[in-house]
Design a protein around this ligand. Structure first.
Ligand SMILES: Nc1ncnc2c1ncn2[C@@H]1O[C@H](COP(=O)(O)OP(=O)(O)OP(=O)(O)O)[C@@H](O)[C@H]1O
Length: 513
């Protein structure tokens, strides 16, 4: 028999982590040094204690030796990682009197950034701190107006934005951003500077490290390094050749030094439920004596109260099995994952053609305009929609209250995808179920994939064959309607496409004249 090799992390510091599962929930009034204003804000959010990962991170960040090392946090989906970093950062910044950008949190998507901003916004104002968002939700001009304080002018004076004698200041202490919009501000927003940055959080690290997004990470790291030539002799030449005219390099000695050194150290916190162990990927973060906090001995850990099932479908009848399953789940909020934006759209259209399912179903995918996507998410959060059919745009980080079920309509290709998808339910210690629909020939592959998370087997879930039979006629007529709908959508697309190309041709002709 083949002996399964346990993967041991190559990096030495990853081999002796702090085990978060050794910690317990801690009632707020027993959390050492917690600012009473923050305690009150947390109570207002309905929280009465800190979760284990939050206690473990608090211990490493507050009190003596605080933030001496950069932190890498690998803990299951829904375990409360957002507050684990938000709370210590806000508490640490609460004593600052001058407003400038001190903490930057980077997330891969706009909806995720919005969600995290809400968490900061619930606690930061209690200690006089403000939080900004840079995600491209509004126009860049509106965003700049939110982030940068214009100088107060005396009556009758006119402000010239080109006049550099005016000191532009940050309006926010903490910024939550997506990489693209962050780079826009770095490159072109006057007064936007990272020179005072103390904390950098890279949430959903493995996803952010996978995509370089205009080299946002090396840019941020470069801009937050001290420009002391003796410490970084090559920094300035590298900097000017790589980043051209950018001027926001960190000023020498602006803040109190770190452990006797005259330049401040930027503290980094990186987090994921599936943190990478790849040394070359982690090297990009330039971590300072990193400390790993992880839950239990397994590399991948699913939420404690998650139940996983497999549902074997007859080939070609997968939609029928899904409908029968959704009918069984009734009004419970459910997320259905497919393998692509196209199949998300097709499946959602098909489900809505099924006639009277008495469940409201909407689509959420990268194919949609952001406004439509956000609208669907809002309706789902509010419970006006019970089923959200999603592409993997929803897989990571999204936290929607009351999601009791996740369905993998298409089997995920990777264990990490399975973990993040399944993790949209069973959050914050709640119970939840994840169903994976499989054809017979996929069962072996599914089993092999789950073994990577040390899951030996998952039970079968079956829907009564009578339910499948009773849906056949409706299914056939829905399929017919789907064909018509797809054709008319394609026709509309072609029509708008040709209108658009005619318009742009006219425009170019006009420009030529
Ligand atoms: N101390 C707490 N008490 C009660 N609920 C909490 C507490 N901390 C966080 N939560 C809730 O737990 C849920 C999950 O938190 P969060 O989104 O931070 O998880 P996560 O670990 O970042 O998950 P993911 O890996 O999926 O991004 C949220 O709904 C949040 O409001």
């Amino acid at each position: 028999m083949e002996v399964k090799k346990k993967s041991t992390p190559i990096l030495p510091w990853m081999r002796s982590p702090i085990d978060v599962s050794q910690f317990e929930d801690c009632p707020l009034n027993l959390v050492p040094c917690l600012d009473p204003r923050l305690e009150a804000a947390l109570e207002k959010m309905g929280f009465s204690s800190l979760f284990p990962v939050q206690v473990a991170v608090w211990q490493e960040t507050i009190g003596p030796g605080a933030f001496e090392r950069d932190l890498c946090i690998n803990s299951p989906t829904g375990s409360g990682k957002t507050l684990a970093y938000a709370l210590p950062i806000v508490q640490k910044l609460s004593t600052r009197s001058v407003k400038c950008l001190r903490a930057l949190v980077v997330l891969p998507t706009r909806d995720l950034a919005l969600q995290v901003k809400e968490v900061f916004a619930a606690i930061a104002p209690a200690v006089g701190l403000s939080v900004g968002l840079a995600v491209g939700q509004s126009s860049i001009a509106d965003e700049i107006a939110e982030l940068i304080k214009r100088p107060k002018l005396e009556a009758g004076m006119c402000y010239d934005p080109e006049d550099m004698t005016f000191e532009l200041q940050s309006s926010v202490d903490i910024l939550v951003a997506t990489p693209g919009r962050l780079m826009d501000h770095i490159n072109s927003t006057k007064g936007f500077t990272l020179e005072h940055l103390c904390y950098l959080v890279v949430d959903e690290t493995d996803r952010l490290l996978r995509e370089s997004y205009q080299s946002w990470l090396p840019t941020v790291l470069q801009l937050t390094q001290s420009n002391d030539e003796s410490l970084f002799p090559l920094a300035n030449s590298f900097f000017s050749s790589t980043f051209g005219s950018l001027k926001t390099i960190r000023r020498f000695g602006v803040e109190r030094g770190f452990k006797g050194k005259s330049h401040p150290r930027l503290v980094k916190m990186v987090l994921s439920a599936t943190l990478t162990q790849d040394p070359s990927k982690l090297a990009q973060l330039n971590l300072h004596h990193p400390l790993l906090l992880t839950t239990g001995k397994r590399r991948y850990q699913l939420p404690e109260k998650l139940e996983s099932y497999k549902l074997i479908c007859e080939s070609n009848l997968r939609p029928l099995y899904l409908v029968a399953l959704l009918q069984e789940l009734g009004e419970e909020k459910c997320i259905v994952f497919t393998s692509s934006t196209e199949s998300t759209h097709r499946l959602c259209t098909l489900l809505n053609l099924f006639g009277d399912l008495s469940i409201k179903i909407k689509e959420y995918s990268g194919l949609q305009r952001q406004s439509l996507r956000s609208k669907a998410l809002k309706s789902f959060r509010e419970g006006k929609v019970q089923v959200l059919v999603c592409s993997d745009a929803m897989t990571r980080g999204m936290d929607v209250e009351g999601v009791r079920n996740v369905v993998n309509y298409d089997m995920p290709a990777y264990i990490k995808t399975y973990i993040h998808r399944a993790g949209r339910t069973a959050r914050a210690g709640q119970a939840g179920r994840c169903f994976t629909l499989l054809h017979k020939h996929e069962v072996k592959r599914f089993k092999k994939m789950l073994l990577k998370a040390d899951i030996d087997s998952v039970p079968h879930y079956s829907v009564p064959s009578s339910s499948i039979e009773s849906l056949r006629d409706t299914y056939n007529s829905a399929l017919g309607k789907l064909k018509e709908t797809v054709e008319s959508e394609a026709y509309r697309k072609r029509k708008t496409g040709s209108k658009f190309s005619k318009l742009s041709k006219r425009k170019t002709d006009h420009q030529k004249q």
